[in-house]
Design a protein around this ligand. Structure first.
Ligand code: RIB
Ligand code: CA
Length: 314
């Protein structure tokens, strides 16, 4: 049976790779995309989500969500990474469908309640929509099948500050709510995504074999690759958001450790995720009664990428 998922997303180049994969894969029933600010404004990420669904030729609702984090002032959009439009300068100017009337938070709550115990939430942006949904409907935690999120780092530095990964940095208070709630959470962060290397050659193969979507991804990811080579000093990109979706389909490609996770919400380490393995530091104040989180510590990068390419090949 196909896994019912809602992707909460801030497209974003790697979001685009993830969304096309999920819409193409026979393993998922994508019930909707919920947009959140992050890689660009909420107006732009909603537009991009609609454009990506259209490019994929899919019939999938898009709901517009939060435009600002819960408590902190919104961080600057990472235009040097994803472009002014979040799509490396290649966001289609028009889309033929509009977002649904309902706010993303209500879309999530209603969809989960209509499909109790069978919806997986896959947040691949800041966790604001998910936290707001939990706040508005505390029963959500017991009704969701699981949450598989892209964000955080357990054993590595961050990617926007030495301490923080971007999605958690953007809204640390929302992330703390998600990790504290009593539901099944998989944290797929930099520890895993840094094992998965996407090269320009991989994207050229996608453009050759993946139809319109592959061609779009090649154009849109040009600036993303430039950022990685010119600023980070890498001749490849870390394959962040698609890895969270691929975890859902192929968990055997990832190593996971049962842990608890807390988030630093202010100061110079704001957005840092601290993961305590379940079997270590027992009895520490602040960690007792903390919800269990499955933290991905590594990935079989070549196999993850091979699975992605095979899925995208027409
Ligand atoms: O750290 C990687 C995450 O932040 C991804 O979700 C990506 O889209 C970026 O903004
Ligand atoms: Ca993202």
């Amino acid at each position: 049976m196909r896994e019912k998922i809602i992707i909460d997303t801030d497209p974003g180049i790697d979001d685009a790779f993830a969304i096309f994969y999920a819409l193409r894969s026979a393993q998922f029933d994508v019930l909707g995309l919920t947009a959140v600010y992050g890689n660009a404004s909420i107006e732009q990420t909603t537009h991009n989500a609609l454009a990506l669904v259209e490019l994929a030729g899919a019939d999938c609702p898009v709901a517009r969500g939060a435009g600002d984090p819960l408590e902190i002032e919104r961080r600057a959009y990472p235009t040097m990474v994803h472009g002014e439009d979040g799509m490396g300068g290649f966001a289609p100017t028009t889309v033929s469908k509009a977002a649904v009337e309902r706010h993303a938070v209500d879309f999530i709550i209603d969809t989960v309640r209509a499909n109790p115990s069978s919806v997986t939430l896959v947040p691949i942006g800041p966790l604001t929509n998910i936290a707001l949904a939990l706040r508005k409907a505390p029963d959500l935690a017991s009704l969701v099948k699981r949450v598989v999120l892209m964000g955080g780092a357990a054993q590595l530095n961050g990617n926007v500050t030495p301490a923080a990964e971007a999605n958690i940095y953007d809204d640390p208070h929302a992330a703390e709510m998600v990790f504290a709630a009593d539901w099944e959470v998989v944290m797929l962060g930099l520890d895993a995504t840094h094992d998965v290397h996407l090269t320009r050659d991989d994207v050229a193969a996608l453009a050759r074999d993946g139809g319109v979507q592959g061609q779009f991804l090649q154009q849109a990811s040009e600036q993303y690759f430039d950022f990685h080579s010119d600023v980070v000093g890498l001749d490849f990109c870390h394959f962040h958001d698609p890895s969270a979706l691929i975890y859902c389909a192929k968990p055997e490609l990832f190593a996971v450790q049962a842990s608890s996770v807390r988030v630093v919400t202010d100061g110079f380490a704001s957005g840092k995720t601290i993961a305590k393995p379940a079997t270590r530091f027992t009895g520490q104040p602040g960690w007792e009664d903390r919800a269990r989180v499955s933290v991905c510590l590594s990935a079989d990068g070549p196999a993850v990428l091979a699975h992605y390419q095979a899925t995208m090949k027409l």
